[in-house]
Design a protein around this ligand. Structure first.
Ligand SMILES: *[C@@H]1O[C@H](CO)[C@@H](O)[C@H](O)[C@H]1NC(C)=O
Ligand SMILES: *[C@@H]1O[C@H](CO)[C@@H](O)[C@H](O)[C@H]1NC(C)=O
Ligand SMILES: *[C@@H]1O[C@H](CO)[C@@H](O)[C@H](O)[C@H]1NC(C)=O
Length: 426
């Protein structure tokens, strides 16, 4: 009996979670993995080089205490500051509009890699911890010289979105673009011939032209590290896809779908709303929350969209609207009575409250997961990256209506969608 119980006390591993801070949803995902392992009794080190300053002071980790930040040098800091997503309000939202953003991320990762190589003392300190395994996002290809230098034999490439063609290809999963939407594809489900063709073109561009560069080893021999070859040997790949929600596809058993890991339904239901929000929810019998997330700012949307949204809100005097808006200057709203602005809303608590009727959002994966766990109706207005795919994924289950970004400027389209989401029993 004694020996049977022994493993319980000894099977704890040393994990390194590598998470360069560059975009909110990516840290949230990796932090949740880190916390899950910490809670299970493992020793987790969260290694977070700062690329974009605004994420430095956001608390992502609850249980993992061992966090190592690295400050960016001046050049890297400038690259991080240059990130501007307001263009996505104006540019064509097709899948190729995301190409420059991906290229910018790549440049930051290459620069981070150079900085790490210049001063290897940070990594040398980590060496003593004898990590058993390292977890990182496959997008952050600068992870490879790190685990190679630290001599970490086991790696778990992960991805904070639903599906990445590259990693599937690396491990040997079929990814035919004729039926499977790529990571940032706006086409999915029942595709027309033209859509299949564009999806295939997108797949080609993202896997061949936007291929992450191979980086050199930090050891003396300066050998190039082939990301595909390395990732092919990974025992598991964790992705933010939920089997019930996502499009079906052929998968290997080493791909583990952990979509929804960041949604804690019990916790969402237990959250208490402050009296301020309680009063707001009691104002009228129906309430709608509008939020476009943290990267795409409502305050930066074209004036025409703002005016149309306000006009639609005015046309529903019996419904209260809450709008996450990042600026104090809301003159365009003409003091509409049934509209509340705020820079921040308790989103999860509101979504869990039965008095909230619907959510109008940008279809970020975090929100889409929360919506589906809560069964809350939504109007999804995807703006960029994987949001088009996420919107299609949720709409397939008939819980949401998808609008094009341009519809925010067309009164009839927006009004009719809001009317359906409030009144259509389906
Ligand atoms: C966990 O990590 C800390 C910090 O590196 C180290 O001091 C400790 O010995 C580790 N514990 C185990 C069980 O490896
Ligand atoms: C979810 O939240 C509840 C209440 O806060 C907590 O007791 C539980 O441990 C959480 N579950 C997970 C998997 O984190
Ligand atoms: C969604 O609605 C359509 C049209 O009403 C219907 O054909 C389809 O079966 C529904 N799908 C689900 C998953 O309920």
């Amino acid at each position: 009996m004694f020996f049977c119980f022994l493993p319980q006390f000894t099977l704890s591993y040393n994990f390194l979670v590598f998470c360069p801070l560059f975009a909110h949803s990516h840290h949230q995902f990796l932090a949740k993995i880190a916390d899950t392992l910490t809670e299970a009794g493992h020793n987790v080190t969260f290694f977070a080089p700062i690329l974009v300053r605004e994420y430095e002071n956001v608390k992502y980790l609850e249980y993992t205490k061992d966090i190592i930040y690295i400050q960016p040098d001046e050049e890297l800091e400038k690259m991080g500051e240059a990130a501007d997503y307001s263009n996505f309000w104006k540019e064509d939202a097709g899948m190729f509009s995301f190409v420059p953003a991906v290229q910018r991320f790549f440049k930051m990762f290459v620069k981070l890699n150079e900085n790490l190589e210049k001063d290897l003392s940070v990594l040398d300190k980590l060496k003593d911890r004898n990590f058993d395994a390292m977890i990182f996002e496959t997008l952050a290809f600068c992870a490879h010289p790190i685990h190679e230098y630290l001599g970490i034999k086991t790696i778990f490439p992960s991805f904070s979105m639903t599906h990445m063609t590259e990693i599937s290809k690396a491990i040997g999963e079929p990814t035919s673009p004729s039926f499977l939407p790529t990571t940032v594809s706006p086409y999915a489900g029942q595709m027309t011939f033209k859509e299949r063709l564009l999806n295939t073109l997108g797949d080609f561009i993202f896997t061949h032209i936007l291929k992450p560069p191979s980086l050199k080893s930090f050891r003396g021999d300066k050998e190039y590290l082939d990301s595909n070859e390395i990732q092919a040997k990974a025992p598991f790949v964790f992705i933010n896809s939920n089997t019930f929600l996502d499009f079906p596809r052929p998968m290997l058993a080493k791909t583990i779908n952990i979509g929804g890991i960041s949604v804690n339904v019990t916790q969402m239901r237990q959250e208490k709303l402050s009296s301020k929000y309680n009063e707001i929810l009691n104002e009228r019998s129906q309430t709608v929350l509008i939020s476009f997330g943290s990267m795409i700012r409502s305050s930066e949307m074209p004036q025409e969209y703002k005016k149309t949204i306000v006009k639609v809100i005015e046309s529903f005097p019996a419904v209260t609207f809450l709008w996450k808006y990042e600026s104090e200057n809301v003159e365009f709203s003409k003091k509409v009575k049934n509209l509340h602005f705020s820079k921040w809303f308790p989103q999860t608590a509101l979504l869990a409250d039965s008095r909230l009727t619907a959510f109008i959002t940008h279809a970020g994966l975090g929100s889409v997961n929360e919506l589906s766990y809560m069964g809350k109706p939504a109007i999804l207005v995807p703006i960029f990256a994987d949001q088009m795919r996420n919107a299609k994924m949720l709409a397939r289950h008939n819980g949401s209506i998808t609008l094009r970004r341009e519809d925010l400027g067309v009164f009839e389209n927006l009004r009719s969608a809001v009317n359906s989401i409030l009144n259509d029993k389906r």
